[in-house]
Structures are given as structure tokens and as C-alpha cells.
Ligand binder design. Structure first.
Ligand code: HOZ
Length: 428
């Protein structure tokens, strides 16, 4: 029987490259037909064929309070009635800047943009303007959006398709990007010894969510902080994914490391397009119109999007919000590990706050190379069995998963019943 999903996908491919507006969504890595959604509520989604799913993507992180939360929807509706955009300042922007500073105190000044890609791209420009240096450092398998200089040995969709470097990026631009192995302290020392004083900034996902989930070693983050300080290099924490999700104050609060700059996205917009970058005031003062580093955007600080973000940030400040989210995510992970063990499947999993990683290998990976050891074929079998049973996971072995505050005990229990069946199918 031809489904609406299939029909829409076939038609979309005629007009939209690959039928999707962001590559991972095309299911190329796992095979099959992408799901076209029409409705979400709380932890659940419904596709165009009317099938219901428990959602563990949550729009790749933003839907931390669940889909269509009534308070968020009401706030957005009220804001929309006052115009969708002004292209001029509003009090809402000051309100969110104050709130960001309160929750993430390293962000002494902040500028709002419309996506995580814009946030990281702009943060790097400011860091270069501030230091007068060109070289930047990133880590293999980390993904910081799709600006040219950051598509070097990158994660997310590039890993999904097995090509960590993108076409269309001039070699002369990529040449300014140096790439090190995540969690490798020796490589940090070696690079900074050799060219520390030429490095404008180091950008890092303090918990990686774009080559599946990778947790940092404390000593690695501490060494990075020390070396950046010693060499006058701007340390940028890309907290687009981890911000407000692994803890209220993000990964920098969780690990007690203060970056010079931070980039935000996802949760900060509550599902509408918002990004932000900010940090030390002396660095941020390099931005136009105060300083010489140019950056701009017609929809930056959009009142409706900022309202969704403000309401979401208000909701996640409820007492124990993150403790409950963390516990619920851990319950899912513990249950999955037990189910895999019972079925005799080589599997591991871990979570940080409301983010989790699933690995079809013995140990939780700590680097890109270890992550590549995960059995992709087993992941794909698991993914499709879960999807058939109405559990929606990221369609790639290299993406992290996300739990929301709307995920109930019943959701977790249903997920684990499905997982038992999915693991058993793997061993046949
Ligand atoms: N880059 C996102 C996952 N890490 C995927 C974005 C999307 O397809 O919406």
C-alpha cells in the first residue's frame, strides 16, 4: 500500500534536493522512507498516515518541555498578534539577554541570531577580530553548523554520509581550521606549543552531540581552558545542543569551566529559530556598531521566536526540572542496556541531562575513532524495528537522542518493551 509518507517523499524529491531541507532527515544512512509529520503533542508525534510515535528527537533538542506546550503556544499566539517582526529593537530582547546572563553568567553580553550556524560563525569572526589571528581549532567529529570554515572533519550529517569534509569549501578557507582528536590532551599540548600564539579560538562541543554522544574527560576540558588562557586564545563552548539541556546553566555549569564565549540555539528558541552568541564583554565590544567586526540580521531577535524562547526558559527553571529530566533519561538508558544484555546484543549507552547516546559496541566511545567502531548495521536494524513499533529515534548511528519533560514513565516503559523486541531481532 502506498502511504502518504511515500507519496510526499517521492514528490518532494522532484522539488527539494533529496526531498528534505536538512540532509540527515532523508534516512539515507538507515534506508527507507522518511516520516512526514503533521502533529506533535507532549512526547508524541503523528505522521501524515496517522501513525503515532514516541519522539526521541524532539526537533534535535529544542522541544525540551514537549511539543505544543500550552503555555508556549499561548505566549507565541499573543506575541504574534502584535506583529511577526519589526526589524527594530524590542524589550523582549533585553529580557532574554538578562535571563541568559542570569542562567549562563559567562555570557556578559549577548547577541541574538536566527540559528546555531549563525551563532558559531559569528562567534568565530568576533574571536578573530578580537585576537587579530586567523587560525581556529576544532575537534574531529564535532559539528558547529554549516559555515565554510567549520565543515572540516565535521560530525552530524557529514558523518552520517561518511564524508567529514564538504564540497564547495575553498581549500584556502579550510586551511585556517586545525583539527584535533576529542579528549586527546597530548595533541592539545603539542599544538599549543607549536602555534598557540597564532590561534584565534578553539571551538568545542563540551558534550558532543553530533557524533552520537561523547562525554568529555574533565582533565581534557581543564587543560584546554588553561592553554587557551595562557596563549590568549578565545575558548568558545558551542552549547547549541547542551545549553539549558544538560543542566540549567549548560555544560559549563555542569563541569565548572568558564569559556570566553558561548554559542546557543535550539532550547533558547523553544522550537522557533533563535540562536545566540555571547561572552566576555571586552570580546563582545568588538562587534558592530561598537567595534569593527560586522554581523547583522533582519530577523535577529524576532519577537515571536524570542517569546517562545522566554516562555521555554521560564518553564525549565521550575524546581527539579533538570533533576527529573536527567533521572528520566537515565531510566531509559538503564532499561535499554538491560534489554540489550538480556538479548545478548553488544551494546552500550549513556546520558548527560536530557541527552543520550546509543552505541552498538562494548564501551561508550570517547573519540571519533572509537565511535566509528559502533556496529552501524545493528543500529540500522534497531532503528527500523523501533520505528515500526512507533518509537522515533534519530535516523543515523551518529546522532544523539533527546528526552523531554513530557516523557512519562509510561512512555519509557513502552519504549523498553519495543526495545526488547528490537534487540532480539538483531540476534535473530
Ligand atoms: N544537524 C542536525 C542534527 N545534529 C540535524 C538537523 C535537522 O535535520 O533538522
Amino acid at each position: 500500500m502506498i502511504s502518504n509518507n511515500q507519496t510526499l517523499f517521492e514528490k518532494s524529491q522532484q522539488l527539494i534536493p533529496g526531498g528534505v531541507n536538512s540532509p540527515v532527515r532523508a534516512f539515507r544512512s538507515v534506508g527507507g522512507t522518511p516520516v512526514f509529520f503533521k502533529k506533535g503533542l507532549g512526547s508524541r508525534l503523528w505522521d501524515v498516515d496517522g501513525k503515532e510515535y514516541i519522539d526521541y528527537i524532539n526537533s534535535w533538542g529544542p522541544m525540551i518541555v514537549g511539543h505544543a506546550h500550552p503555555d508556549v503556544i499561548a505566549a507565541v499566539q499573543a506575541a504574534a498578534a502584535n506583529s511577526l517582526s519589526f526589524g527594530a529593537p524590542t524589550g523582549l530582547e533585553l529580557e532574554i539577554a538578562e535571563l541568559i546572563y542570569k542562567l549562563v553568567p559567562s555570557m556578559e553580553q549577548v547577541r541574538l541570531v536566527s540559528s546555531g550556524t549563525e551563532a558559531t560563525m559569528s562567534a568565530i569572526r568576533v574571536a578573530r577580530g578580537f585576537t587579530g589571528r586567523d587560525k581556529i581549532v576544532k575537534f574531529e567529529g564535532c559539528y558547529h553548523g554549516h559555515s565554510d570554515g567549520l565543515l572540516v572533519k565535521a560530525g552530524s550529517g557529514l558523518l552520517t554520509f561518511g564524508e567529514p569534509d564538504s564540497g564547495g569549501v575553498p581549500a584556502s578557507i579550510a586551511a585556517h581550521t586545525l583539527t584535533l582528536e576529542y579528549n586527546n590532551i597530548q595533541q592539545l599540548h603539542d599544538l599549543f606549543k607549536q602555534s598557540g600564539d597564532e590561534i584565534a579560538c578553539v571551538i568545542i562541543e563540551p558534550v558532543v552531540g553530533n557524533m552520537n554522544l561523547i562525554v568529555p574527560h574533565m582533565e581534557f576540558l581543564q587543560t584546554l581552558r588553561e592553554l587557551c588562557t595562557k596563549h590568549g586564545t578565545v575558548l568558545i563552548f558551542d552549547e547549541v545542543m547542551t545549553g539549558f539541556r544538560v543542566a540549567l546553566g549548560g555544560a559549563q555549569a555542569l563541569y565548572n569551566i568558564k569559556p570566553d564565549m558561548t554559542t546557543l540555539g535550539k532550547v533558547i528558541g523553544g522550537g522557533l529559530p533563535v540562536g545566540a552568541f555571547g561572552g566576555r564583554k571586552d570580546i563582545m565590544q568588538c562587534l558592530a556598531p561598537v567595534g569593527k567586526v560586522y554581523q547583522a540580521g533582519t530577523l535577529s531577535g524576532n519577537p515571536v521566536a524570542v517569546t517562545a524562547g522566554l516562555k521555554t526558559l521560564e518553564l525549565i527553571q521550575a524546581p527539579d526540572f533538570h533533576a527529573k529530566l536527567t533521572a528520566q533519561t537515565a531510566k531509559l538508558i538503564d532499561g535499554l542496556k538491560a534489554a540489550a544484555f538480556d538479548a545478548g546484543v553488544i551494546f552500550n549507552a549513556q546520558s548527560v541531562g536530557g541527552m543520550f547516546g546509543l552505541y552498538f559496541c562494548e564501551k561508550c566511545p570517547t573519540t571519533y575513532h572509537e565511535m566509528m567502531q559502533s556496529n552501524k548495521q545493528h543500529f540500522n536494524q534497531f532503528f527500523h524495528s523501533m520505528l515500526d513499533q512507533g518509537i522515533y529515534l534519530g535516523p543515523s548511528a551518529f546522532e544523539a537522542g533527546f528526552v523531554s519533560a513530557a516523557h512519562s514513565d509510561e512512555d519509557i516503559a513502552l519504549t523498553l518493551v519495543a526495545a526488547e523486541k528490537a534487540f532480539r531481532a538483531i540476534v535473530g
